[in-house]
Structure formats: structure tokens, C-alpha cells
Design a protein around this ligand. Sequence first.
Ligand SMILES: *Cc1c(COP(=O)(O)O)cnc(C)c1O
Length: 425
Amino acid sequence: MTRSEELFYEAVNFIPGGVNSPVRAFGSVGMTPRFIKSAEGAYLIDADGNRYLDYIGSWGPMILGHANPLVLQRVEEACKKGLSFGAATEAEVDMAKLICSMVPSVEMVRMVNSGTEAVMSAIRAARGYTGRDKIIKFEGCYHGHSDALLVKAGSGVMTAGVPDSSGVPEGCTQDTLPAAYNDISSVEKLFESYNKEIAAVIVEPVGANMGVVPPVKGFLQKLRALCTENKTVLIFDEVITGFRLAMAGAQEYYGVEADLTTYGKIIGGGMPVGAYGGKKDIMEVVAPVGSVYQAGTLSGNPVAMAAGIAQLTYLKDHPEVYRRLEKMGELLYGGMKELCEREKLPYQVNRVGSLGCMFFTPDPVVDYTSAKKSDTEMFRLYFRHMLEHGIYLAPSQFEAMFLSDSHTEEDIRYTLDTMHRFFEK
Ligand SMILES: *Cc1c(COP(=O)(O)O)cnc(C)c1O
């Protein structure tokens, strides 16, 4: 038995499924998870000393690669001054100013501890601001695990094979109206039926939790127009796309501004951080200025702020990172597409910038329904082959591949060669 297997069989006795987040389990690919001991750059080392080229990047945060020396140094410095004060700090002011300086639509921001919390709080703020209850979400979009949003959610919910989680009372989801991603008419219908009751539309500007599903041309613009017309708050959940597709995330990439934006992943540089922000008049409904209550004992934690500030500052000072990520995305996902064409494989490669994935279906993937058509048995074989050759993909068809600034052209060539060998068989 490998050390990873030993740890896993021990873990299942004490942790449900042996993991602290379902997406880490290898159940859907019929394997046991690798336990990771350390990481550096684009590589992970497991408990048995195996080295993997990593395409998860902690599900997005590690955009500069693992164990970035600059981030680590800032964290070490912050640690020495104390881990938490439960009081206001200068680092929080720096972080808020930094985010506002990088994203034009964000005038004010509140730090929280996860993407889940960011989304949950942004929705509460939107409801408080509009005095309305209903929200529109899209099938296959994942917005964390809070009750109201576990309706046709993507990510681990998709591989669990359940459309909605149990343990969520109907009362918690009765105001959540699901629409079809990339289908603006499904949104228009909801606006017609629930005229002036819709507080917010929340969307992943690039669907990245049902595999990668880019918005079709005009989709985000039309959402923007519908929200403006109906005085509904448009929330972009940029927990994945924020500071990844561009400095100002998908809003910059597609030229559409949100009213509220939620962040997570990259802004913590690997520490547990989330944030929500937007127009001042909306954000000022939040306590202690306004009447929408939202709080957090460890929110704005100094060590977490140090990591986040170090990573974001680097990105702000080095915009060439985005050009490089775009180029590497073209190399990897363009190469995957070429491979499919050359080998006449009836598969789809979807990509936006450094995010991408392969779907094992002959039909274009534009939403939850078309993503679900993917042959997950084929994915299982592909995943296993890649892992056996030292390439660590997300153990699910319905997750993105994440490139970091540490991935090299040589890494990508090796990845494409390894894929080629799989499809040759
Ligand atoms: C990961 C993710 C979340 C939840 O963030 P957590 O930090 O895991 O709570 C929310 N929205 C999107 C788009 C995500 O990808």
C-alpha cells in the first residue's frame, strides 16, 4: 500500500469520505486521493514522494505557482507580528485600496473568509439594497455551499449526481430561480413572471464549475441591460475569474461591469480569504453603516491579508503575467483542440485565457445540459492515464484546468504529448 492509501484508509474513519471538501475525493474516477506533502511552482509532491505537474493550482489561488517566495516572505513577516487581533489593521486598508485600484466597478469592499461567505453576503446586501427577495442563478454555476445557492449547482454537486443537496429546507431555496446559462430568453421569462421581485442576478461570467463554459457573445451584455432596466443588482461571481482573466477579471475581459462582485481563491494567495465589493451606495447597506448584518471573527486576518496583498501587488506590477497566461492557454488548449482535430476525436475543448477543459462529447458544450452529456467513463480513463504519467488534473469532468505563471512551455509540451499517447491507444 502506498502512503497516500494508508492515509486515506485512516482518514475515512475520522473525516467524512476522508476529505474536507468533496472535490478532493477521487471517487468519481474510481481511485483513492493522493495526499500532498508539499508543492513548488507548477509541481506537487505527494506523501510517497511522487512529483506531479499540477493543473489545479489549489482550484485557482496559486496563479503565480506554489510556494511563491515573495508571498511566503510576506506571510512570515506577518506571522511574527501575531496571527490575529480581532481589531482593525493597516493591512486591511491596503487590501481594500488595492482591490478598488485594480477593479473599476469596485468602490468599496468587505473581506470575508471564503468564496461561499462572499456570495452569501453579497446576496444579502443585494436583497437589503433592493428590498426584494428573489434571485436568479444559472444551472451549472457554483457559488459556494450556502443553502439558497445549492440549486442545480456545479462543481462537486455535479459529480455527486444530485441536482440539489439534501438538508436544505425548501424555504431556503424558494426564492432562487434557476435559469439556463447562455440562454438569455430563460432570464427574460423570469423577469416577466417575477417583475420587480428580483433582487439580484448572480452569474459566473465564465462558467468554470461545469467544466469551462464561456459566455456566448452578448450574453453578459444582455444580462447587464436586463438588470439595469429592472433595477436588479447584477452580481458577477468572480471567485475563479477575478484577477485571473485580467487584472479586473471577466469584467475587463468582456467589457461588462457588475454592480457587486464576489472574490475568493486568488485574492488570498492560498490563504482562506473571500471578499465582496461594488458600488458605494450598495456596499453602504452593510453594517455598521447600514442595516444588512454581516460579520466575521477572523475576517481581514493579518496573515491572510499579507498573502493576498503580496500576490495581488505582484499581478498589478506585472501585467505581462496576463499576456503570458493567455499565450500559455493558447498553447495548451489550442494544442488540445488541434490534437482532437488531427486524431479525429469527437470531443470538445473549451477555453478562456488560462482556464480550459476537454469534454468527451461530440456536441458543443454551452450550458449545464450539454456539459452533462460528457462521457464520464472516458474522462475516468483519461484522468488515470494523465495521473500515471505525473499530470495532476482535477478528478472530475466538471472542473477547469488552471494554468499558473509557473507552467513552462516544456510542461505544456509534455502534457500534450501525454494526452497524445492516451488517445493513440
Ligand atoms: C470556489 C467557488 C466558490 C466558493 O468559494 P469557497 O472559498 O470554496 O467557499 C464560489 N464561487 C465560485 C465561482 C467558485 O469557483
